[in-house]
Design a protein around this ligand. Sequence first.
Ligand code: SAH
Ligand code: SF4
Length: 363
Amino acid sequence: MNIIGMSREELHDLLKIEGIPAFRVKQIWHWLYFHGVRSFDQMMNVPKDLRAKLETLFFIHRPIVSQAQVSTDGTQKWLLKFQDGEEVECVHIPEVDRGTICISSQVGCTLTCKFCHTGTQKLVRNLTSAEIVGQMMVGRDVFNEWPTPFSHRHVSNIVMMGMGEPLYNYENVAKALKIIMDPEGISLSKRKITLSTSGVVPIMQQCGEELGVNLAVSLHAVRDEVRDILVPINKKYPIAELLEACRTYPGVSNANRITFEYVMLNGVNDTPADARELVRLLKHIPSKINLIPFNPWPGSSFECSTPQAISKFSEIVFKAGYSAPVRTPRGRDILAACGQLKSESERKSKSKLQPVDAAPLLV
Ligand code: SAH
Ligand code: SF4
């Protein structure tokens, strides 16, 4: 059984059954998540016979990097392979004195947002908590950041913005993020974690209460007719319901705002009227606006908005009091930017690609 991804409580209970005293949990946890050890032999303050016993009960396993690519802008993308052979992509985006790791929550996605590459890949399965924590640990391994450095970390922030809808795999995502936030291990603050959702309204409250992480919401349209097509989950949870869940998201305040993501699609959602409506809709919600230039992928049928349309749109948003609203695309050359991720195996089997038909929106 993989010891990575187990909650502290689960570990505690399993060790108890084996007659191992509770104080060992703290030690083991510290070795695993503070020092990042890869074998029980490295747990120096754990007696030799106990290390041998742990070896018979558990193994320490992370996903394997089966392919790594580096963008001209320094962004890295890793194709990670799990024990059953399934794969996801995970991205590291370096910044001046920090770095963000973009983590996947599912192999594929059940939702079929029309502009998203992952959305063309059927859901294969949810990731386990071990596989989610494992992505963060691989990032730490790559940058040799064990034990956790005090400052200038390469892996200082997490965005749950990779493949899949994290709130459709909430249990495992929550378990993994609790491990990542645990102060005696990786100890990443909830303020450094952002979870992006396409708008799974019924889980949002629970996510805010239990995890308290920053929330990003993939809005992408200001009218239900358009959002129904771009982000089909809108038919289930329309804009008004989604915004109400945002307004009441636990902990939301001017110091802790919700980020609204808005992909800029040429001729679809990028008029000045759309920008004004966006500002009007978000009036009563402490919010940030993140305009994302559309990142193309093989077979995508949308175009990115023109620079003129983006600048006009962002000017309206800026004048309404939102600063720096346009997200710089990172790692586009290696298909590592927002919405470009997809497992390699799926990419190879073209027959599985679902047709992407944006025609009704483009007229
Ligand atoms: N499933 C979650 C998180 C993953 S997607 C969600 O939908 O929010 C992360 C962000 O990238 C979302 O805002 C998503 O809508 C956006 N995105 C998807 N495809 C994109 C593309 N081709 N170009 C730019 N952004 C895209
Ligand atoms: Fe899934 Fe998010 Fe892509 Fe939509 S944008 S298909 S929810 S990964």
